[in-house]
Design a protein around this ligand. Structure first.
Ligand SMILES: [Cu+2]
Length: 509
């Protein structure tokens, strides 16, 4: 285990997205020992073992276009965010102007204390108005944090635990990347898993732990396993055991799974008894989600070819309960301490989604309005009166989904018409663990809760990368807002107290 990593961001002309193809120009995070031409090395950390990660920017000088995309600027600055990591604001990779970005030939050292539970974290570029381009070009990687409890859970481990970064891309005839912000979202026509188009994976007839990371720009995936060959059978059992920031207290069996950009799910898939069958990870989500669809279909992401024997007996299991340091506090206890902050997602002009506080939609450069007190707990109720679902991500803390309320009608100011608010819908079992990114459907109020333990200025934003960067108006409107955790009490926010009281508060305009 290293205490220090050095990563160098550079341009490469060697990555092949398919073995039958020529190389494609990409970006990658190289290590001191290895050139990495797409994505970055997996940074495995251990709880309570801090690390420093120095990131060197080896992109060409400012003003030099690297890709022929419609990027609003070619500053070529970068800043690295470890998504889900409980690191200080100074090491959080906050986009300019609230954070310091690294110019070409500069470097930045991020300090990660890792005093958090085992979690499928990931890292990616977060430069203002450019990170959607940079992530598409390759600047993302896995950063799982591990702890001493994890091995005791009995889940499939070692070579029977795999991680998959799910992306969609388009390519020109010469294999070069194709990307545009001409629409408010980007949808590619090819599935790219860990940098390979529609890969095949040989698996044994046994249990596996799959960590799924949605590293796509805009595409939600509604995943299931579909059989392609072999004697017909029921699908391998899938059990969600973890969310963005750690393990579920109660693993949740699923037959299908929705994963939005920025979200992570840890799933145990049981191929036992499926000898000699072939299965695909299938997707039928429209893009934008939940529709109407304008995106090219990506019905199959990757294939699993199940062998006929296991190399060793499978002694793994899926426990009924997984007790971690961050998943056992009862929701009622969190609500008892919380104040309610209302936020919104909407559109002033069609196709230009924005975020805001209870009263108005705002830009990233407007003064901060989300200013939680350090040490306090807040419920955020997100009123989404825009036409699309948005995965809303807050930096600096772990949270938990409470649930959602359908809204039949909004008034002209984006407030729900009280008589049209439906009954409370609790979080699905599979999305009820430690999280930091919350699927907020259109015409719903979505509520989550978390405690602010890290001071400073960072951001909250939509994790549709084109939205976060402002695909619209040439980046003038960004679906991102400052998050300022400070010392000022937030007495203006009502106390939540109980689930029943939260339900009453949410129904007030
Ligand atoms: Cu969005």
């Amino acid at each position: 285990m290293f205490n220090h990593y050095t990563l160098t961001v550079g341009v490469h002309n060697t990555h092949k997205f398919s073995s039958a193809w020529g190389p494609t120009k990409t970006l990658g995070y190289s290590t001191a020992n290895a050139t990495v031409d797409y994505l970055g090395p997996t940074l495995v950390t251990q709880k309570n073992h801090p690390i420093n990660v120095r990131v060197i920017n080896n992109l060409p000088a400012a003003g030099t276009p690297v890709f022929p995309f419609d990027q609003p600027n070619n500053n070529n600055t970068i800043t690295t965010h470890r998504h889900g990591g409980l690191q200080s604001a100074a090491s959080d990779g906050v986009p300019a102007p609230n954070g310091v970005e690294v110019p070409p030939l500069g470097s930045q050292t991020q300090h990660y204390p890792n005093n958090q539970a085992a979690a499928p974290l990931w890292y990616h570029d977060h430069a203002d108005a450019a990170d959607s381009y940079h992530v598409y070009e390759g600047l993302a990687g896995l950063a799982p944090n591990t702890d001493k409890l994890e091995p005791s859970f009995g889940l499939p481990r070692g070579k029977f635990a795999k991680s998959y970064v799910l992306q969609d891309k388009s390519f020109n005839a010469d294999y070069s990347l194709c990307y545009t912000h001409a629409d408010p979202e980007f949808f590619g026509d090819r599935p790219v898993i860990n940098g390979t188009i529609a890969p095949k994976q040989n698996v044994e007839p046994r249990r596996y732990t799959f960590t799924l990371v949605n590293g796509s720009d805009s595409r939600f995936y509604h995943l299931s396993l579909q059989q392609v060959t072999g004697s017909p059978s029921a699908a391998p059992a899938m059990t969600v055991v973890g969310n963005d920031d750690g393990y579920l207290l109660h693993p949740a069996p699923v037959s299908d799974l929705l994963i939005a950009p920025g979200e992570r799910y840890k799933v145990v898939v049981d191929f036992t008894g499926h000898n000699s069958q072939n299965w695909v990870l299938a997707n039928d989500a429209p893009g934008p989600y939940p529709g109407p669809n304008v995106a090219p279909a990506i019905p199959q992401l990757m294939r699993f070819d199940v062998g006929t024997s296991v190399t060793c007996p499978d002694h793994s299991r899926v426990p009924k309960t997984i007790l971690e340091t961050n998943n056992a506090t009862p929701l009622a206890l969190k609500l008892a301490q919380a104040r309610l902050r209302t936020v919104q997602a909407g559109e002033i002009t069609a196709g230009n989604p924005q975020l805001g506080d209870k009263n108005q939609l705002l830009n990233y450069f407007d003064p901060p309005t989300e200013t939680p007190q350090l040490g306090s707990t807040e419920v955020w109720a997100m009123r989404n009166h825009s036409p699309d679902a948005h995965p809303i991500h807050e930096h600096l803390l772990e949270q938990q989904l409470i649930g959602r309320w359908h809204v039949g009608a909004w008034d002209a100011n984006g407030r729900p018409v009280p008589s049209t608010i439906g009954p409370f819908q609790p979080a699905n079992a599979y999305e009820s663990g430690p999280k930091d990114t919350f699927e907020s459907p259109p015409d719903y109020i979505t509520a989550w809760v978390g405690k602010y333990t890290i001071p400073g200025t960072s951001v909250w934003h939509c994790h549709i990368l084109s939205h976060e960067d402002g695909a619209f108006s040439n980046g003038a409107i960004e679906m991102m807002r400052p998050l300022v955790v400070g010392l000022k009490p937030q007495f203006q926010l009502p106390l939540v107290l109980t689930q029943g009281h939260l339900d009453q508060l949410v129904r007030q305009p």
